[in-house]
Design a protein around this ligand. Structure first.
Ligand code: KDG
Ligand code: MG
Length: 405
């Protein structure tokens, strides 16, 4: 019997932050859920899905996941880009969810079965200064985390992206129409970051895995200098040191430092990372399930990475929904070269809308054994949290020039 797609709905809600959720219903009554959230551009993805892809999805065979992926990628003249790929990513996730539910097995079983028992995870610690940061790291250790991303303030700057003072859960996007502006000073950051990270390493000892994110703010030679300076800290990785559109520029960073590099949370396809992987200019590829075309495309990216001994470490901020998080964990459990899953946590209201079967225990995550992705979305609860505009801040240099994101 052919399982036909009967209905496609797009739900934009804001339980603590904005999410775009795709619901696919089949002729035999199955429902699949996908995450289509693109931070600060939520309504563009909702329109792309609703206005352009949904009409073509209705009536298609729900079991033909790979063919549907190619239909919306190869079959479309204007391919690639975050809006299109997040839309395809959501469809792909929802169809894998349906296939798992139809078979009565968790998605990781369809992907080849578990290759590990649990998935190492890292979370975020932030503090404006070293004592605040150490408190935040200590709190994460009490929660059982074995790997922590550490970000701190920079003397002379009022605000630094990714750093809050005293908030339980950090939210990168600020409510309101249009982005807030921050000032950035590369020299001050380059002087200060090694001092902070050395202090943290000294305080926590050698075991705890420490990570640090540069959010694309440096040019290659600045990145190389930072990498060299941080080598004694023994970081698990240094993330997004440069904007990686010019993939070959990462060669300069590699010539100067052996610090492990992680890049890729803004990438949308394997071609964005092709040179980084095949020349082994990175150690970890950070693509998110939603933003790089779903489970089907991430499997291909991770397979290419495996050939070059690059490991998978998907993006997992609060701005990908628990549906994405679950899809990532199913991949993580069944992918040999999967290293670590970021788990930033969510605002409390998220739990009222997304009911997830994944579980956290002592620094590790597991997707659970419910059929499909193991996430149910409560549409009535979501209706209580209407969309409200929110944007990531932008940064300018001291002289007012726009900085790269
Ligand atoms: O939407 C942007 C955030 O997801 C991003 O800034 C978070 O860099 C991030 C990370 O590594 O989680
Ligand atoms: Mg990052």
């Amino acid at each position: 019997m052919t399982r036909v797609i009967d209905a496609v709905d797009v739900i934009v809600s804001s339980p603590g932050r904005n999410f775009v959720t795709l619901k696919i219903t089949t002729s035999d009554g199955l429902v699949g859920w996908g995450d289509a959230t693109l931070n600060g551009r939520e309504l563009s993805v909702a329109s792309y899905l609703r206005d352009h892809l949904a009409p073509a999805l209705v009536g298609r065979d729900a079991d033909r996941i790979e063919d549907t992926w190619n239909y919306f990628y190869r079959g479309v003249y204007w391919r690639r880009g975050p809006v299109a790929m997040a839309s395809i990513g959501a469809i792909d996730m929802a169809l894998w969810d349906i296939k798992g539910k139809a078979a009565g097995v968790p998605v990781y079983q369809l992907l080849g079965g578990a290759v590990r028992d649990r998935i190492l995870t890292y979370t975020h610690a932030t503090g404006w200064d070293v004592p605040e940061l150490l408190d935040s790291v200590a709190e994460r250790r009490v929660q059982g985390y074995r790997a922590v991303r550490v970000q701190s303030g920079v003397p002379g700057l009022d605000k630094v992206y990714g750093v809050t003072k005293g908030a339980a859960v950090y939210e990168p996007a600020g409510r309101g129409v249009g982005p807030a502006e921050e000032v950035w000073d590369t020299s001050a950051y380059l002087r200060h970051a090694p001092v902070v990270l050395e202090a943290v390493r000294e305080a926590v000892g050698p075991e705890l895995k420490l990570l640090h994110d540069v959010h694309h703010r440096l040019n290659p030679i600045e990145a190389a200098r930072l990498g060299k300076a941080l080598e004694p800290v023994d970081l698990f990785w240094l993330e997004d040191v440069t904007p990686a559109e010019n993939q070959m520029l990462l060669r300069a960073v590699r010539q100067h430092t052996t610090i492990p590099l992680a890049i890729g949370e803004v990438f949308n396809t394997v071609w964005d990372a092709q040179q980084l992987i095949t020349e082994r200019l990175i150690d970890y590829i950070r693509v998110a399930v939603v933003h790089a075309g779903g489970i089907s495309h991430l499997r291909k990216i991770f397979a290419l990475a495996e050939v070059f001994q690059v490991k998978a470490a998907p993006h997992g901020p609060s701005d990908v929904s628990p549906i994405n998080m679950s899809a990532s964990l199913h991949l993580g459990l069944s992918t040999t070269n999967f290293a670590i899953q970021e788990f930033m946590g969510y605002p409390a209201q998220v739990g009222e809308v997304f009911h997830s079967s994944y579980r956290y225990d002592d620094g590790y995550l597991h997707p659970g054994d419910e059929p499909g992705l193991g996430i149910e979305f409560d549409e009535a609860a979501a209706a209580r949290f209407p969309y409200s505009p929110a944007y990531l801040p932008i940064a300018r240099d001291l002289d007012g020039t726009m900085k790269d994101w």
